[in-house]
Design a binder for this molecule. Structure first.
Ligand code: 13P
Length: 305
């Protein structure tokens, strides 16, 4: 480790105590950021942690919608996003006016929004989900005559296939996950015939069709721990590889594609964490009018587990 990193970490350690801060880190974050976390997890696990923490400050190392979700759940806490440019291009593929227009076309539809959406879009939705619980939550919507799923068409399509429900899909997608091509999985499988291929449900259906398991990033971590496979092809953003290797030193993890990098996730660094903690800058606060409506959708997600 470079000396400067050690100094930055020492300052963060002092400040996190002084401010009673918890550092929540998504699985796609840089390795050095994961290494200073109080908790590393997927979107659902991080929301659950935010709901339970007794810290005064949440330093959210992830992208904007994740910090917003923490603010929706914990309005009395200070939520810091160390770099405000850490947005999610998928979340930006839907706006409230366009969603309202679609709702007018389908007035009876139950609106299910993926957590990768703005607080304002959540406020327009009936229920929120993550990749870890989308199938489970949609399965429970037995009275819904129509389901409008926003904004990720590929997760929506996967959920529709698993539940057999007819769903109206918003045409959004994750620019990082669509970089993973079916031929990447086929090539890696040919080179590593013993390996299990895990892919994220944000991948295209042709990629999902070639996978052994379709899992959230947290689900991939559990699979790696519990399954006897010694070689695993990882079809998601490559930041997850750091955690998988750290937790499973005897196993081999092969990125499905080195191209699967989310540049926004990598904006959070040790330095930006230190600056935001030092100055208490980059606070994310969802306006109360939006928060209350968004919370109803997020609460249903948390209750559904
Ligand atoms: P997970 O909830 O599986 O960690 O996914 C988060 C995400 O943003 C995927 O692109």
């Amino acid at each position: 480790m470079e000396n400067s990193d050690a100094e930055v970490i020492a300052k963060i350690t002092g400040l996190r105590k002084e401010r009673n801060a918890v550092i929540l880190v998504h699985n796609y974050q840089l390795g050095e950021v994961q290494d200073i976390a109080d908790f590393v997890g997927d979107s659902l696990e991080l929301s659950q942690k935010a709901a339970k923490t007794d810290a005064d400050v949440i330093v959210f190392c992830g992208v904007q919608f994740m910090a917003e979700t923490a603010s929706i759940i914990c309005p009395d806490k200070t939520v810091l996003l160390p770099d405000m440019h850490a947005g999610c291009p998928l979340a930006d593929m839907i706006t409230v006016p366009r969603l309202r227009e679609k709702k007018r076309e389908h007035p009876k539809a139950t609106v299910v929004c993926y957590i990768n959406s703005s607080a304002a879009v959540k406020a327009e939705s009936d229920i929120c989900c993550t990749s870890a619980n989308a199938v489970r939550l949609v399965e429970k919507l037995t009275n819904a005559s129509e389901i409008l799923f926003v904004p990720d068409q590929y997760l929506g399509n996967y959920v529709a296939t698993k539940t057999g429900k007819k769903m109206i899909l918003w045409p959004g997608f994750c620019p990082t996950h669509i970089r993973i091509q079916p031929q990447d999985i086929s090539r890696q499988k040919a080179e590593h015939p013993q390996a299990k291929a895990l892919v994220h449900p944000e991948c295209r259906p042709e990629v999902i069709a070639l996978a052994d398991e379709v899992l959230s990033t947290g689900g991939m971590c559990r699979f790696a721990r519990e399954n006897e496979a010694k070689e695993i092809i990882v079809g998601t953003e490559i930041g997850l590889i750091h955690r998988l290797r750290k937790e499973n030193p005897g196993k081999r993890f092969i990125p499905a594609s080195e191209q699967a990098v989310c540049p926004r996730m990598k904006l959070i660094t040790l330095e930006t964490i230190l600056w935001s903690l030092e100055n208490m800058t980059n606070q994310v606060k969802v306006p109360e009018r939006i928060r209350l409506k968004a919370k109803a959708a997020v609460d249903k997600m948390l209750e559904g587990g």
